[in-house]
Design a protein around this ligand. Structure first.
Ligand code: SAM
Length: 324
């Protein structure tokens, strides 16, 4: 299937920003505006219909023709246009209604434009502290304005390179949760509406040499995160469909010295959006079926989302550090 055909099967996903609004408020608003709430199904809702997403509770699905880009709700920060799959990492890192975030410290290592940072902020009830890294100065400005619009009071954005800050730095003191969504080939994106491409990404293509280069950068980022002593949970995600950026990177991270020293392994399937049926690939990779099952994949044209991948690393015994 061509990119365009696949994109037409993807609903217009709207994330209700609970820093500003409520799901019930949003549903009442759209019903008053003449939309009918329908049960979730595999079909894209019709022009005057919407449904509540069955996997991500604060996401509503509309027909792609609804002109949200000009909606005042966007300017007011009440809604954020974000592909459903792109909501997975924050939901896996900080499960909805998990509570106790007031005293927690979280890092978003690669934050701009801030879709996942603002999702994290809302899931934490706008409490606790999120430090959001972004190395590119232009994209950092986009991040700042997004955080302001979404009224994220628990986020400190930093225009810094995550790899340039020592894992032992004070910035990371007490940080337990890390969201890592580094640059990737973007090969899963068929509907660009919600993805802000990085400079040169469009024309870069996906040849083997580039995939390997991206894979080694992504692995470096995961290892850096694993070296943060207090970290107990790390999500790694890409909008790539290539194993070189997904399962291969996860496997290399699992067998790394950093993972062994800190005791990182993969979170079991039950902790990683268990209701999502499409899991990681063991075929053609060195991952066992059990490990692959704890990974998430989304396939454009089949899953009503862009192509996406998520892994969740956890410290198996966070209180025991063999090096100490
Ligand atoms: N998580 C974002 C969202 O959902 O809106 C999208 C992140 S995008 C895939 C990757 C971002 O990471 C880019 O903005 C890129 O400039 C930034 N980045 C790449 N390497 C970085 C590094 N070493 N430190 C900080 N930011 C980095």
């Amino acid at each position: 299937e061509k990119g365009d055909d696949r994109a037409s099967h993807i609903p217009r996903y709207v994330r209700v920003n609970t820093n500003v609004w409520t799901l019930d408020g949003a549903i009442a608003h759209f019903e008053a505006a003449g939309f009918t709430s329908i049960p979730s199904s595999d079909l894209v809702p019709e022009a005057k219909q919407f449904s509540v997403d069955p996997h991500i509770s604060h996401v509503l699905c509309f027909n792609p023709s609804v002109p949200f880009a000009t909606s005042p709700l966007l300017a007011e920060g009440k809604i954020i246009l974000q592909d459903k799959a792109s909501c997975f990492p924050a939901y896996i890192l900080v499960p909805p209604d998990s509570g106790g975030w007031e005293t927690r410290k979280v890092v978003d290592a690669t934050a701009a434009p801030g879709n996942k940072t603002s999702a994290l902020s809302a899931l934490m009830g706008n409490k606790g502290k999120i430090t959001a890294f972004e190395r590119d100065s232009k994209r950092f400005k986009t991040l700042q304005s997004m955080l302001k619009k979404a009224r994220c009071q628990n986020v400190t954005p930093l225009n810094k390179d995550f790899l340039g800050v020592d894992p032992g730095d004070k910035i990371f003191e007490g940080v337990t949760h890390i969201l890592l969504d580094p640059s990737c080939s973007g090969s899963g994106i068929v509907n660009r509406m919600d993805y802000l491409l990085e400079a040169g990404e469009e024309e870069a293509g996906v040849d083997q040499a580039r995939l390997l280069k991206l894979g080694s950068f992504q692995l470096k980022m995961i290892k850096h995160a694993m070296k943060i002593k207090s970290a107990t949970r790390i999500t790694y995600s890409t909008c790539s469909i290539h194993k070189e950026e997904n399962e291969f990177v996860v496997y290399d991270a699992l067998i790394s010295e950093e993972a062994a020293q800190a005791g990182f392994t993969l979170a079991p399937r039950e902790e990683v959006l268990p209701a999502w049926p499409r899991r990681g690939q063991s075929e053609g990779t060195a991952l066992s079926q059990e490990l692959a099952a704890s990974l998430i994949r989304c396939v454009p044209g089949e899953d009503r989302t862009n192509g996406f991948f998520v892994a969740c690393f956890v410290k198996s015994s966070p209180l025991v550090n063999k090096q100490e």
